[in-house]
Design a protein around this ligand. Structure first.
Ligand code: FES
Length: 130
């Protein structure tokens, strides 16, 4: 007999100090472990959830082409997560991001999501400013 336990990674996790993320970069270190890209874009940091908004495949960051590209049906997204090609009808989603007051690290929480098409990217919990 084995207990019927479903392992799921924690929705909330730290990714490092804000200075660990160079300007104008897409950090892929937390895609495999936590399913997010950390983007530092024009003085704003946000966590894009690595799930294509078409049918849920994991998109790749293509540095040379400066875009996210989904391998399943070809949806493409700009660095900021806005879709511009392929069948997806909407941008990538953001996870909540904040600074942990105890140690100053960047804290991401995937339990809270922010959708561009609902105007939620204006919510201060969806981004950090430098
Ligand atoms: Fe990404 Fe279809 S699942 S383009």
């Amino acid at each position: 007999m084995f207990p019927n336990v479903l392992y799921e990674p924690p929705t909330s996790f730290k990714v490092g100090q804000p200075t660990d993320f160079a300007p104008e970069t897409v950090d892929e270190r937390f895609v495999e472990s936590n399913g997010v890209f950390i983007v530092n874009d024009q003085g704003t940091m946000y966590a894009l959830i690595a799930i294509c908004t078409h049918l849920g495949c994991p998109p790749n960051w293509l540095e040379a082409q400066n875009k996210f590209k989904c391998p399943c049906h070809g949806s493409g997204y700009y660095r900021n997560g806005i879709n511009f090609e392929g069948p997806t009808p909407r941008p990538l989603e953001r996870a909540a991001i904040s600074i942990d007051p105890d140690d100053g690290q960047v804290l991401v929480d995937k339990a809270q999501k922010f959708l561009w098409e609902r105007g939620q990217w204006d919510d201060p919990s969806s981004y950090l400013t430098a």
